[in-house]
Design a protein around this ligand. Structure first.
Ligand code: SF4
Length: 896
């Protein structure tokens, strides 16, 4: 394991995955790898890290990296070109298209993976110098509804609280958040509060997730029910005389109208239960807990945001906090948990098409202010196209040139397949990327090699407004360059050299901080005036700091709004009456299920980084669909079999997991697989393009869908050092295992076909041996007596194990390689504890044999759950389920 950094001073940096923003200490090994540990001094994590952060050292290899600028040739092949040629070409083609079609014919699509400095430069070029606001980001798919909700209520995109509130709350409410998997370190903080201070945890989610397993009260809400639930809560708070009229009168407006709307949506507990699909007793218990707890933090995440009613859901939550004055104090407040490492930084620089820089909007005053600060020759004066609209404009041919940076929209957008086809309409499609190939890169005209995490310098902002440094500890491979450098070079070649003369990221940060302070005078929340003159040395040494950082400000309090002071014209918060909740699209007899999408514990987005780690790959090695047992029975689906999930937009084939954590009538699929990692599991293809009217965020949790069994006669696996291409009729999914790639297969092609396939793929790779026995076909290639690659296919109902006997071996002397031939390999088994590679089967056996029935005992016996803690919730769930199964088995035996 490379998770300990001992003895020597390492490089302090920040994790590139989720919005928790954990501080890391990295110790490079001098060979391109590094040991990773949590930074004890970082206030986001105090040394804790999760399985993804702990495995970062395994993801630093150069495999698949884009090393040089590449230009696609007329024959579709890529040819290496110099940076000068590439940058000139991008600048010239963008300029020429703007001259021909106007500034709104071009667009940038950015990413919450970019650093703030990258984001700032791209946003400045497009909005101030090209003259279009067509700059949007994959954060639109992640948390745009929170931004819109904040701006409607607070007049600014302000997260009022801090992570310390999670330590001090009496009641933590998690809405649409599987924090145990998606924000694991924060979830451990919540669990610590629960065990030390007896905080109560309420989880509101259609699925009984690992997070829900830890709840004191779990509310399995119907899809789309959040607005009704929080309207019901507001009404109940009023009826129970639990409102803070002093706060409402002094610091808010619009309360009575909002309460009246809430009454029309959810007038009492019975109506709330009816509108949310919850039991009345559970609704009453939640309302009673909220009323009785002064220190309440309500955290919300993708389950709230990724909705065509997401902004109303956010405001329905905020309304309850404003009405009780529960905001901006220790242990109190609404709290948006951002998904990406720098979603917040992107918001700060205006990386969204409907914002300008430094939390300013498109009011004439703001446009004028930013224009004067930038000395911008061609300032955008109105909002640009949000992500889904932007790609629809590409499809309609309105956008002619697109530059995508650090994201994979051909996987992640709704109707991803149609969007990927639309990219072919572009006159110019530029992609800045780390990798040579992915679903998006494969259609680009021009590829620009970008420096990756660990190779570049800058800042990121986490969910609690804490700015942390990302620091380089590796040299970029080949000719890879930081994103800010690439954009600034293009800007210079477009004729804007004076405004883009940055030499270091510190230059950009100082300008960004100065803009936040420019004509601010306390009228805007985002203020880094205290950092506007930071020296290069201080920037290099910058400790994590929460904004605002006002010049001369000695105040330690970093929370907002305890005493009002909102950023609306009258400085009052605005209650927002939500629209009566209704999902955009009804289910039908053709598509009778609701399709819910989300993340899994050990993977990140489209797996271009996390998929390189063998230990992360084995938690959930194959794309899957979770189905309720009753639905599975009705559809003829068995656990471990395969199913086709279809919507009006596309279809995928996934492995079935039958789970009573899943609501009847709902299906859950993870978002991570793409055409690069599976044959038919790109979930974006399935998702409807409905968007929230305020935030533009797409609905990713409720597309009407159908499910049906798919049968294959054989299953198998291949281990190889090189990527392979499989026959069309074969289902496959790719995962990393130690030093090679493992493909899981499901197929109806017979053993003879696989004999030919194995001979072909292993030809020229050493000695070949194979065997057909009992319907199972095994083949292996041996180089210098080492197994170089192997293939095994066999009947679906039988355990699969690659094995050759010595007699099968082609070895001339029958010695060393014969011994190797006896080696047998199974497809890698699912892992529960990624740190110590503890397999699911081992945990089940340990519980079943009766020696281990508690978390502590499992930790002692198997070490599972004793390092990063990401698997603790899953271990607890396994203990509970295995005990239940044992009890049921015993009861069954007695009945017999
Ligand atoms: Fe990284 Fe895990 Fe921390 Fe998120 S919780 S920032 S993934 S270490």
């Amino acid at each position: 394991m490379s998770t300990r950094v001992e003895g020597r001073q390492g490089v302090r940096t920040t994790c590139p995955y989720c919005g928790v923003g954990c501080g890391l200490i990295v110790q490079p090994d001098g060979r391109g790898g590094a040991a990773i540990a949590g930074d004890p001094a970082h206030p986001a994590n105090f040394a804790r890290i999760c399985s993804k952060g702990a495995a970062l050292g395994e993801t630093l290899g150069g495999e698949g990296r884009l090393l040089h600028p590449m230009l696609r040739q007329p024959d579709g092949k890529l040819a290496r070109i110099s940076w000068d040629v590439a940058l000139d070409r991008v600048a010239h083609r963008f300029t020429e298209i703007v001259e021909r079609h106007g500034p709104n014919a071009v667009a940038f699509y950015l990413s919450g993976q970019l650093l703030t400095e990258d984001y700032y430069v791209a946003n400045k070029l497009m909005k101030g110098f090209v003259g279009s606001a067509n700059v949007d980001t994959n954060s639109r798919l992640c948390m745009a509804s929170s931004v819109a909700g904040h701006r409607r209520a607070f007049g600014s995109d302000t997260v009022p609280g801090t992570y310390a509130d999670l330590d001090e709350a009496e009641l933590i409410v998690l809405v649409g958040s599987n924090a145990a998997w998606c924000h694991p370190v924060l979830f451990q903080r919540m669990m610590l509060n629960k065990s030390l201070r007896r905080a109560r945890l309420v989880v509101i989610d259609p699925r009984r997730t690992a997070t829900a397993e830890e709840a004191d009260l779990f509310l399995p809400i119907a899809p789309g029910g959040d607005t009704a639930l929080f309207c019901g809560l507001l009404v109940h708070l009023a009826e129970a005389h639990a409102l803070d009229y002093r706060y409402i009168d002094a610091h808010t407006s619009g309360f009575e109208t909002t309460l009246a709307r809430a009454r029309s949506i959810a007038p009492d507990i019975a109506a709330t239960a009816c509108a949310t699909g919850l039991a009345s007793a559970d609704v009453a218990r939640f309302f009673q807990l909220f009323c009785a707890s002064e220190r309440v933090v309500t955290c919300y995440s993708q389950g709230v945001n990724q909705s065509a009613q997401g902004t109303d859901k956010v405001n329905a939550i905020i309304n309850c906090h404003l009405a009780t004055g529960r905001i901006g104090r220790a242990g109190i407040g609404p709290f948006s948990l951002t998904g990406q490492p720098n979603a917040m930084g992107g918001r700060e620089v205006g990386g969204l098409a409907n914002q300008l820089a430094a939390h300013m909007g498109f009011s004439p005053l703001d446009v004028d202010r930013v224009c004067r600060f930038w000395k911008a020759p061609c300032m955008a004066t109105r909002e640009g196209l949000k992500a889904v609209q932007m790609f629809e404009a590409v499809a309609r041919g309105k956008i002619k040139a697109l530059w995508v940076m650090a994201t994979n929209p051909a996987v992640s957008l709704p109707r991803a397949g149609a969007m990927r086809n639309a990219l072919k309409n572009l006159e110019l499609f530029v992609v800045s990327e780390n990798v040579m190939s992915n679903d998006t890169v494969d259609t680009a005209h021009l590829l620009l090699p970008a420096a990756a995490w660990g190779e570049k310098d800058g800042t990121v902002t986490n969910s609690e407004r804490r700015i942390s440094r990302q620091r380089a500890f590796l040299s970029p491979p080949g000719e890879a360059r930081p994103d800010w450098w690439i954009v600034a070079q293009v800007a210079r070649r477009m004729g804007f050299a004076d405004a883009f003369g940055y030499v270091t990221p510190a230059d950009i940060f100082r300008e960004h901080a100065a803009l936040s302070a420019f004509e601010n005078d306390g009228t805007r929340d985002f203020d880094l005036s205290g950092l506007a003159a930071i020296s290069d040395a201080d920037y290099d040494a910058l400790d994590p700091v929460q904004w605002p950082v006002r010049a001369g400000d000695q105040v330690e309090e970093r929370r907002f709004f305890a005493a009002g002071g909102f950023f609306t014209p009258d400085r009052k918060a605005q209650f927002v009456p939500p629209e009566p909740p209704a999902l955009k699209e009804e289910t039908t007899s053709l598509y009778p299920f609701r399709l819910n999408t989300g993340r899994i514990r050990d993977q990140w987005h489209s797996m271009t980084r996390s998929g390189l780690s063998a230990r992360l790959s084995m938690h959930r090695p194959e794309p899957f669909v979770e189905v309720h047992p009753a639905d599975a029975r009705a559809a003829g689906l068995a656990d471990g079999a395969f199913a086709r999930i279809s919507t009006a937009h596309g279809a995928c084939i996934m492995k079935v997991i039958v789970s009573d954590g899943q609501q009847a009538g709902s299906l859950f699929v993870p978002i991570h697989w793409s055409d690069a990692t599976a044959s038919c599991a790109r979930v974006g293809d399935l998702v409807a393009p409905h968007t929230d009217p305020h935030s533009g965020q797409p609905e990713a949790k409720a597309t009407p869908a159908a499910i049906a069994p798919v049968s294959f006669s054989l299953r198998g696996f291949v281990r190889t050092r090189h990527p392979l291409t499989f026959p069309q009729a074969t289902w496959w999914a790719r995962a990393a295992v130690a030093q090679c790639i493992e493909y899981r297969l499901a197929t109806s092609l017979g053993p003879l076909h696989w004999h030919d396939f194995a001979q072909r793929v292993f030809a020229g790779r050493g000695r070949f041996a194979d065997r057909l026995a009992g319907g199972t076909y095994s083949a292996g290639a041996f180089v210098d007596d080492e197994l170089h690659g192997c293939l095994c296919v066999g009947p679906v109902d039988e355990p699969l194990q690659f094995a050759l006997s010595a007699a099968d071996g082609p070895d001339e002397d029958g010695s060393a390689s014969a011994r190797r031939l006896h080696e047998s390999i199974r497809a890698a088994e699912p892992v529960v504890c990624a740190c110590f590679q503890v397999k699911l089967d081992s945990v089940r056996k340990a519980i079943a044999c009766g020696e281990t029935s508690t978390l502590v005992q499992i930790g002692k016996k198997l070490r599972a759950g004793t390092n990063c803690g990401s698997c603790i919730a899953e271990l607890k769930r396994l203990i509970k389920h295995e005990r239940l199964a044992a009890t049921q088995a015993l009861a069954g035996t007695r009945l017999e």
